[in-house]
Design a protein around this ligand. Structure first.
Ligand code: KIV
Ligand code: ZN
Length: 512
């Protein structure tokens, strides 16, 4: 068995299924480039047949990413499979990922199919997929809650039809590490042709066990592929977190004896990019990428770390991309220093025009804020991307007045389809007044289900990063905005969410 573990990232597919985490094509491309820099083996770029938008994303990522295998999810039917294969046509290495539910509950209640029908469909779909492509992954959805005898029957048949990877999803996050590890081990032992496929783990985090279950699937079960997402992004409590699983394998190589291709120094940049793009803030105490992951507050710990880092740290912060010598830029910094910092942060720009536009934004920010930190630059870059993507609404300026005992008033100028409009409103507070002022013209009628403010680099001198989550007609979107003035950041976030509401076509969900 190989001692190299395949890292399969599904941030752009399963991660994006998280309500509000939907991303535009350009945002996905940018994250895909970072995943390639991170050296993940497989990027699941989307679910091509679920919408035209997803098809275009898988296609665009297949066009530009050449180092990682590009994968598209597909239901186990000819139409989905053909559509996915079409989207993957330009990939250097493409993979079709078929899924079909095998648990009694899903087959009866969701698919309304008998086990024999599911068995036949799984076989036929794999045969058809294999006629189009060599790299075929099969996932029995809700696999962990499926009857093991039935699962053995289905998996043996799809391997015989040419499936090259067998993924065992714990779709609802019900597994316990030892049980999940043994479940995979038993499948591999019982299925006669199991050695013809790579075994893979795919764990959801409903009980907070996704990483532990994945590692048990590897250690006990002998799986050699882990499916995971940056920051553990995903529906409900999320998926297995890439950074945690990779760093567990690296830090405890003595126990796992496995390697990955991942360039761990790119982890933090990937985490920030995903969090700033989706508006899903990383909790400060999150392992590996949380702001406190390498911070020591107690005097005893600080003293210990200063004497010998190993006293309280099991891995080096630099190994996952944290740097001590943060370079601070300011208004006197030139374009070259800025461009170099972008490169160091792993941000690649497609053209000099894009560098110039971002540099102009940087200068604007440097006029308002003396020290520009890495976090500011990353926020600026993601804002620039959002703005370039969605032009229907664009922020122009804002004026608001608030005084103790008086009801705040705001006037916001913005554009709708290129035409400038001015909205005015009172509100409970200045943020409320500003968003109501925008709504006087936007008239989205959307319900706000989340509003959060985060200081990008810690102090009150920092930029405020605001996330706004809007819900309307069964759709949920997140908007993110950053500015030293949190009222302006809020207006920008609201406008970014409105743009997402305006631009997204509906799609079919993978589960459900
Ligand atoms: O969780 C799950 O079962 C999935 C499959 C579609 C692989 O995401
Ligand atoms: Zn999943």
């Amino acid at each position: 068995m190989s001692d190299q573990l395949i890292i399969f990232d599904t941030t752009l597919r399963d991660g994006e299924q998280s309500p509000g985490a939907s991303m535009t094509r350009d945002e996905k491309l940018r994250i895909a480039r970072q995943l390639e820099r991170l050296k993940v083996d497989v990027i699941e770029a989307g679910f091509a047949a679920s919408s035209n938008g997803d098809f275009e994303c898988v296609k665009a990522i297949s066009d530009v990413i050449k180092d990682s295998t590009i994968c598209s999810l597909a239901r186990a039917n000819d139409r989905d499979i053909s559509r996915a294969a079409e989207a993957l046509k330009s990939a250097n290495r493409g993979r079709l990922h078929l899924f079909l539910a095998t648990s009694a509950l899903h087959m009866e209640k969701k698919l309304r199919m008998t086990p024999d029908q599911v068995f036949e469909q799984a076989k036929q779909a794999t045969r058809y997929a294999r006629s189009l492509m060599d790299d075929i992954e099969f996932s029995p959805e809700d696999g962990y809650r499926s009857d093991p005898d039935f699962l053995c029957r289905v998996l043996e048949a799809v391997i015989a039809e040419g499936a090259t990877t067998i993924n065992v999803p714990d779709t609802v996050g019900y597994a316990i590490p030892e049980l999940y590890g043994n479940f995979i081990k038993d499948l591999r032992t019982r299925i006669p042709n199991s050695d013809k496929a790579v075994w893979s783990v795919h764990c959801h985090n409903d009980l907070g066990l996704a990483v532990a279950n994945s590692l048990a699937g590897v250690k006990i079960g002998g799986a050699r592929q882990v499916e995971c997402t940056i920051n553990g992004l995903g529906e409900r409590a999320g998926n297995c977190s890439l950074e945690e699983v990779v760093m567990a394998l690296k830090t405890r190589a003595d126990y796992f004896n496995l390697t990955t291709r991942v360039d761990t120094k790119q982890i933090l940049a990937a985490s920030r990019m995903v969090s700033q793009t989706t508006g899903f803030v990383v909790q400060p105490n999150k392992a590996i990428v949380g702001a406190n992951a390498f911070a020591h507050a107690s005097g005893i710990h600080q003293d210990g770390v200063l004497k010998a880092r190993e006293t309280y740290e099991v891995m080096k912060a630099e190994d996952v991309g944290w740097t001590n010598n943060k370079m601070v830029l300011g208004k006197l910094s030139g374009r070259n220093a800025f461009k170099q910092r972008l490169q160091e942060l792993g941000v690649s720009m497609e053209s000099e025009a894009e560098v110039n536009a971002t540099f102009a934004k940087f200068k604007e920010l440097a006029d308002k804020k003396s020290d520009i930190f890495d976090e500011d630059i990353l926020a600026l870059v993601s804002e620039e991307n959002v703005a370039a993507d969605n032009e229907h609404y664009a922020f122009v300026s804002l004026k608001q007045t608030s005084e103790t005992g008086e009801r705040p008033h705001a006037k916001v100028i913005f554009t709708i389809g290129g035409k400038e409009v001015t909205g005015e409103s009172q509100g409970n507070g200045p943020v409320d007044a500003s968003l109501k002022a925008i709504e006087t013209h936007a008239t989205s009628g959307a319900e706000m289900v989340l509003y959060s403010v985060n200081a990008i680099s810690g102090s009150t001198e920092s930029q405020g990063e605001v996330t706004v989550r809007l819900q309307t007609g069964g759709r949920v979107v997140n908007g993110v905005g950053a500015d030293p003035d949190i009222i302006v950041a809020s207006a920008k976030a609201y406008i970014s969410a409105l743009n997402k509401l305006h631009s997204k076509a509906d799609r079919v969900a993978a589960q459900g």
